[in-house]
Ligand binder design. Structure first.
Ligand SMILES: Cc1cc2nc3c(=O)[nH]c(=O)nc-3n(C[C@H](O)[C@H](O)[C@H](O)COP(=O)(O)O)c2cc1C
Length: 346
């Protein structure tokens, strides 16, 4: 987790002067579309716990800014309701479940909601020990202990937003009593059903079931990237799940160039530790076609709701614009095509 953020310092941007470039063009082509900016909002579970109707707020902020939004299958709002309430084409993230019929149902709901791009997350077959989740009782909590009650009392607005949402639940599991009642029980039950034995042959099966684009999320090795390409995937996300899975894995920015070189025919996105516009500029110069935000979006949502997410998007856009102008780079297409001219490893 720390390496994801720290390793951006190993790459330097080239400052060039007197180029006359003042307002670079930040539009970026990835996932078959031209986006207003070269980044999108990645799948983070339970955005509806960061703010009331959090999924809607994040998706709305993304739509207003012309950037993509991917809904996690671990969400309070369903993809069906999201597509109805937010005027933009959402993307959807899936964990392949042991119960393939449930995975198929989720894919079916996504298709019906107009989803064209499916992110299949493959780095969570085995869930790591998340020490903060254990300490905070996330997923195991059955009652509110005094320490938590005290913390909640200090966040009346959040409490009010949660109460307004009514009973929190995973809408996609409506009518499936076997997943238990309440959002934490459902989250735990869903987690337990992720297929720990998932293998490449299963991905071939997903390929036959989904007619749109499939992006494998959680690739950290050039060989795996190459297999994804050979299996007919449309792209990958170089990701270590924000440093939440394999403790000791490398940072994504340091593996990006090698991985991109191993899968030249498919789309290569990246996430992990992106906090600054300059971080995004470095990734694009090193071979990524787009960047995905995790915590930057989630924290903005918690702090300021839809306006908070809008603000972080605008802030990053401004930083990218300034960086490109100071580098004498006219647009994102040039940054990507001539990456080696703009970034240097130290
Ligand atoms: C709290 C949290 C929940 C997440 N939930 C999901 C999820 O449901 N599905 C998924 O594919 N990735 C999930 N991720 C991983 C993110 O999509 C992304 O890979 C990661 O957050 C990127 O790193 P960053 O947070 O440093 O930007 C989650 C990450 C965090 C921090």
């Amino acid at each position: 987790m720390h390496a994801n953020e720290a390793d951006f310092a190993k790459y330097l941007l080239e400052q060039r002067v007197l180029t006359g470039i003042t307002t670079p063009d930040l539009r970026a082509k990835f996932l078959g579309k031209t986006h207003a900016l070269p980044f999108m909002l990645g799948p983070v579970g339970f955005l509806g716990l960061y703010a009331g109707e959090g999924e809607m707020k994040a998706a709305r902020a993304a739509a207003k800014a012309g950037v993509g939004f991917c809904l996690s299958c671990f969400s309070i709002a369903s993809i069906t309701r999201l597509a109805k309430q937010v005027p933009a084409q959402p993307m959807f993230q899936l964990y392949v479940l042991k119960d393939r019929s449930l995975a198929l149902d989720m894919m079916g709901a996504a298709r019906a909601a107009g989803v064209k791009t499916l992110f299949v997350t493959v780095d969570c077959a085995v869930t790591a020990i998340r020490e903060r989740d254990v300490r905070n009782g996330f997923r195991t909590l059955t009652r509110v202990p005094p320490v938590l009650a005290l913390k909640l009392a200090q966040r009346p607005r959040w409490c009010l937003e949660m109460l307004r949402q009514g009973k929190l639940r995973v809408e996609a599991l409506e009518g499936r009593k076997e997943f238990g009642r309440g959002v934490l029980a459902q989250a735990a039950a869903l987690s337990a059903r992720i297929d720990p034995g998932l293998a490449w042959k299963d991905l071939a099966w997903v390929r036959t079931q989904w007619p749109g684009k499939i992006i494998l999320k959680g690739i950290m090795h050039p060989q795996d990237a190459n297999w994804a390409q050979q299996l007919g995937m449309d792209g990958i996300v170089v990701s270590n799940h924000g440093g939440r899975q394999l403790d000791g894995a490398g940072s994504t920015i340091s593996q990006l160039a090698d991985i991109a070189a191993a899968a030249p025919e498919i789309e290569v996105l990246v996430d992990g530790g992106f906090r600054r516009g300059a971080d995004i500029v470095k990734a694009l110069a090193l071979g990524a076609s787009g960047v995905m935000l995790g915590r930057a979006m989630a924290y903005a949502l918690a702090a300021g709701g839809e306006a908070g997410v809008g603000a972080i998007i605008a802030h990053l856009a401004k930083e990218i614009e300034i960086a490109l102008a100071l580098m004498g780079c006219p647009d994102i297409a040039t940054l990507r095509a001539e990456g080696a001219r703009f970034v240097r490893q130290v």
